[in-house]
Design a protein around this ligand. Structure first.
Ligand code: FAD
Ligand code: UDP
Length: 383
C-alpha cells in the first residue's frame, strides 16, 4: 500500500477516488483494485484507516478501540468468508452489565436479569413472561422507543434501564426516537446473556486496523491520509468514479440545512491491573455523565499487565458518530437522497455507508452495502 502523498495534479491517473478509509471505503477500494484492476486513490481526512472501527495501542501498550467498543457480529457467512481473507478471528466475548440500584444486572434483559430484578431466583421462562405480561403496556404497534420498551417490559424496567440512558445518550426523550433505537437491544426469556443475537460473533485476532490494512495492501491502491476530499474535489475529472462515504449533508455543502448528528467524547484511563471490570462494558443509566465504561481487553484477549478503561460522554459537538433516528431527520435526509440521485444521474458517484446514507448501521450492514455496491459497479464497468 503506497502511502506516499499522491500528486494531486495527476489525479486523472486514478480510475476511482474513494472518500473515506472506513469499512466501506476499504472494501470498495480493495474490490475495485483486485477485481477490476483499477488504480484507486483512497482518501481519509483522519491520520488513520478503519473509520470508526479503528483500534490502536494506547500509550500503556493496551490495544484500545479509539471510537467506542466495536463488536463484530453478522448472520451472513459470505461476509465472514470475504473478511477471512484478511484476518483470523477470535470468538466475540460480548457481555454487558447495567449498573442500577447499586447492583450490576446482566444486560440486555434476560431471565437472570428478571430473577435479580424481581428477587425471584427460581423464576422460569414461563412465569417470567407471565410476570411481565402484567406489567407490559398494551401497545400493538409502537411508534417510538418509549412505546417499544413499555410494550415489552413495562414502566419499572423502562425507568430503571432505558429512560435515563437514552436521555443521556441522545439528549432526546425516548418518545421522540424511532422504536428501532431501543429496539436494537434484545429482550430474552432464557439465560443467554450475550449482548446481541447474531449467528457469528467474532473479532479480528489482530484487531480491526490490521484487518483493514491487509485489505488495502494492494499495488493498485494509493492511500492518502490527512487529505480532505473538499481540498481536491475540483481536480477530479467528470468520468472518474467517485465513492463517497463521508456525511451526505457535507457533500452538498449543507444546502438543505444540517443533518443532526450525535457525538461522543472518549476518556481513556490506564490502570496498572490486568482487569478492572467483570465484563467488557458496564452501562450507567442513572448516574454519572458518561453512559458506559468499556474495558476492551475482554474482547481483544490481549495479555497485558495493565488495562485501559474508556468513558463515553455523549455530546452534540464533535465528529458525526450517530445519525439521530427521528422522523424529521429522516425527512431532511430524503431531500439529500434526492440530490444524491440527481448527482449520480449526472456523473459516476456512489454514496455508501453510515454517514453517506444517514442510517444507524452496524459495521456488518455497511460492509454488505459496500459489497452490493461493488456488484452494481461490476455490472456497469466490468468486462
Ligand atoms: P466510517 O467508519 O464513519 O468511516 C468514514 C470515514 O470517512 C472516516 O474515517 C472519515 O474520517 C472519512 N471522511 C469523512 N469525510 C471525509 C472527507 N471530506 N474527506 C476525507 N475523508 C472523510 N458497529 C458494529 O457492528 N458493532 C459495534 O459494536 C459498533 N459500535 C459502535 C460504537 C460507536 C461509538 C460508533 C460511533 C459506531 C459503532 N458501530 C458499531 C458502527 C460502525 O462504526 C459503523 O457501522 C462503521 O464504522 C461505518 O463504516 P463507514 O465506512 O460507513 O463509515
Ligand atoms: N439503551 C438503553 N440502555 C442501555 C443500553 C442501551 O436505554 O443500557 C438504548 C439507548 O437508547 C441506546 C440504544 O438502546 O442508544 C441502543 O443501544 P446500543 O448499545 O446498541 O448502542 P450503541 O452501541 O450503538 O451506542
Amino acid at each position: 500500500m503506497p502511502e506516499n502523498a499522491p500528486d494531486l495534479h495527476s489525479l486523472a491517473a486514478y480510475q476511482a477516488v474513494v472518500v473515506g478509509a472506513g469499512p466501506v471505503g476499504c472494501i470498495l477500494a480493495e474490490r475495485l483494485a483486485s477485481e477490476l484492476n483499477w488504480k484507486v486513490l483512497l482518501l481519509d481526512k483522519r491520520s488513520h484507516i478503519g473509520g470508526n472501527c479503528y483500534d490502536k495501542l494506547h500509550e500503556s501498550g493496551v490495544l484500545i478501540h479509539r471510537y467506542g467498543p466495536h463488536y463484530f457480529r453478522t448472520n451472513n457467512p459470505a461476509l465472514l468468508d470475504y473478511l477471512s481473507r484478511f484476518t483470523d478471528w477470535i470468538e466475540g466475548n460480548y457481555f454487558v452489565k447495567s449498573a442500577a440500584r447499586n447492583e450490576l444486572f446482566p444486560f440486555p434483559i434476560n431471565l437472570n436479569t428478571l430473577r435479580q430484578f424481581f428477587r425471584m431466583p427460581d423464576l422460569d421462562a414461563e412465569s417470567a413472561n407471565a410476570l411481565l405480561q402484567e406489567r407490559r403496556e398494551p401497545i400493538e404497534d409502537p411508534q417510538n422507543s418509549e412505546e417499544f420498551v413499555l410494550s415489552r417490559v413495562g414502566q419499572e424496567m423502562y425507568e430503571t434501564f432505558y429512560l435515563n440512558y437514552t436521555l443521556k445518550q441522545w439528549g432526546i426523550h425516548p418518545r421522540d426516537l424511532a422504536p428501532s433505537v431501543c429496539g436494537r437491544i434484545p429482550i430474552r426469556f432464557n439465560e443467554d446473556e450475550r449482548y446481541v443475537d447474531h449467528q457469528f460473533q467474532k473479532t479480528p485476532a489482530e484487531g480491526f486496523t490490521a484487518m483493514f490494512r491487509k485489505m488495502i495492501n494492494h499495488p493498485n491502491i494509493t492511500l492518502a491520509l490527512e487529505t480532505d476530499y473538499r481540498s481536491l474535489k475540483e481536480l477530479l475529472t467528470p468520468d472518474q468514479l467517485l465513492i463517497y462515504t463521508g456525511p451526505i449533508d457535507e457533500y452538498f455543502d449543507y444546502s438543505n440545512g444540517r443533518l443532526p448528528w450525535r457525538s461522543l467524547k472518549f476518556e481513556f484511563k490506564a490502570v496498572p491491573e490486568a482487569y478492572v471490570q467483570p465484563c467488557v462494558q458496564i452501562n450507567y443509566p442513572n448516574e454519572h455523565d458518561y453512559t458506559r465504561t468499556v474495558e476492551i481487553k475482554h474482547v481483544t484477549g490481549q495479555q497485558h499487565p495493565h488495562t485501559v478503561i474508556s468513558y463515553e460522554y455523549p455530546t452534540a459537538e464533535g465528529d458525526p458518530y450517530y445519525p439521530i433516528p427521528m422522523p424529521e431527520n429522516a425527512a431532511l435526509y430524503e431531500t439529500y437522497a434526492q440530490l444524491a440521485a440527481e448527482e449520480s444521474a449526472r456523473k459516476p458517484v456512489y454514496f455508501c455507508g453510515r454517514l453517506a446514507e444517514y442510517r444507524y448501521f452496524n459495521m456488518d450492514e455497511v460492509m454488505e452495502r459496500a459489497l452490493a455496491t461493488f456488484q452494481t459497479l461490476q455490472q456497469r464497468f466490468g468486462h
